[in-house]
Design a binder for this molecule. Sequence first.
Ligand SMILES: Nc1ncnc2c1ncn2[C@@H]1O[C@H](COP(=O)(O)OP(=O)(O)OP(=O)(O)O)[C@@H](O)[C@H]1O
Ligand SMILES: [Mg+2]
Length: 239
Amino acid sequence: MASLQILRLLIATLKGGPGKTTSVILLAIALARRNYNVVVICADTRTRGATDWVQESLRLGYTVPFKLAIWEEKNGPLSAFARTVEQQTGADAVLIDTGGEQPEAFAHGCLYADKLIMPVGPMNGELRRILETYRHAAAINESGSKLDISVLLTRVPQAGKGKAREAREDLSTDLRAADGTPDPDKPYALGLHVLTAEITRAGAYDEMYCIIPDDVGEYEDLCTELVGPGNKPGTEGAA
Ligand SMILES: Nc1ncnc2c1ncn2[C@@H]1O[C@H](COP(=O)(O)OP(=O)(O)OP(=O)(O)O)[C@@H](O)[C@H]1O
Ligand SMILES: [Mg+2]
């Protein structure tokens, strides 16, 4: 069997509540159902979104198909904690949920992860919030990390159309000056990789909050984009 690459994913933005926790949990469910051994690390020491989601789901009688590890400051740096969790659980997918305004946890998440996904809404005001997150992540890459950075459009009124389409175009165009100064009108025009999957603004996602739904909606498409179609390689026949 070909050796499987571990998916080490940080889903984070330093500002706003664009759907980080929702994205982590629904993607974790999708991966687990494709036979990945998934661990979600709750590194949001303030709102504890992922922890609450799991605990509430268990209380309601749902089976949670992934493991949860709760990081606290007393556990030491998040990057070392994540590595230990990965080894101890034999996970092949580790997803980290961080809170906003937690630059230190964010930086350590970036050091551990191979991939950073920044969820963002397509409205101008929300797009601007990505700048600080990107700056931090890019600085970490400049100091030698090889973090693959992408944007996930969330809460879009209509996938592939209108605001979503405009936001995709703007984010993926690089309008920075030669010295790297962002464009004053569109500071988020940074030549970013925008994931093809888009998450619509829908009450259905709100209803999935704190349960384990049968259907994770467009997060299934995101899962396919990240790991390819079908089950974990080598487990195609498994349940
Ligand atoms: N695509 C969506 N459509 C509609 N509602 C959504 C969507 N995604 C998330 N929500 C809702 O928005 C709220 C915030 O989502 P979530 O907790 O995932 O954001 P967050 O980025 O983790 O926020 P925080 O920074 O507070 O941790 C929740 O009530 C959630 O149900
Ligand atoms: Mg959250």
